[in-house]
Design a protein around this ligand. Structure first.
Ligand SMILES: [Fe+2]
Ligand SMILES: [Fe+2]
Length: 145
């Protein structure tokens, strides 16, 4: 049986929270740059599967347009910040901005959308399977590029 969609998305959240901690404690500029790239890539992939799979399923199950639009607005803000990271003169500052917005958004998802999704009886296992398949597909495409 596929993993629960919320468990998968929360595993992403925890992985990124850990990457932010690694970035903070890394001393070497090359290591920091690499971690910054991994953070941006993980967040981009995570936002993609949420927007393609989880968010639409949430909207269909709950009809909660307000929660959906709020989450999409936060994604748009985070994407704008991500776009600035790799050309930033101050990498620490750029990652800090991504981190603050991301932690806030993750907190909103946990307390709002995910709690509502669980209560709605959404097919979380089916969605989890779709998320895993989409992730694997994109990861393959990146490796081939
Ligand atoms: Fe999100
Ligand atoms: Fe998320």
């Amino acid at each position: 049986m596929a993993q629960d969609a919320i468990a998968l998305l929360e595993a992403d959240h925890h992985r990124v929270e850990e990457l932010f901690r690694e970035f903070k404690s890394a001393g070497d500029p090359q290591a920091k740059l690499h971690l910054a790239q991994v953070i941006c890539m993980e967040l981009t992939l995570h936002a993609m599967v949420e927007e393609e799979i989880f968010y639409p399923a949430f909207a269909r199950a709950t009809g909660d347009e307000q929660v959906l639009q709020h989450a999409l607005k936060e994604h748009a803000e985070i994407k704008e910040l991500i776009a600035k990271v790799l050309t930033a003169e101050n990498l620490d500052g750029a990652i800090e901005a991504v981190k603050q917005h991301t932690l806030h958004h993750v907190d909103d998802e946990r307390k709002g959308m995910f709690a509502k999704a669980r209560a709605s009886g959404m097919e979380l296992a089916t969605l989890g399977g779709q998320i895993q398949a989409r992730r694997a597909e994109v990861a393959d495409a990146i490796q081939e590029a």
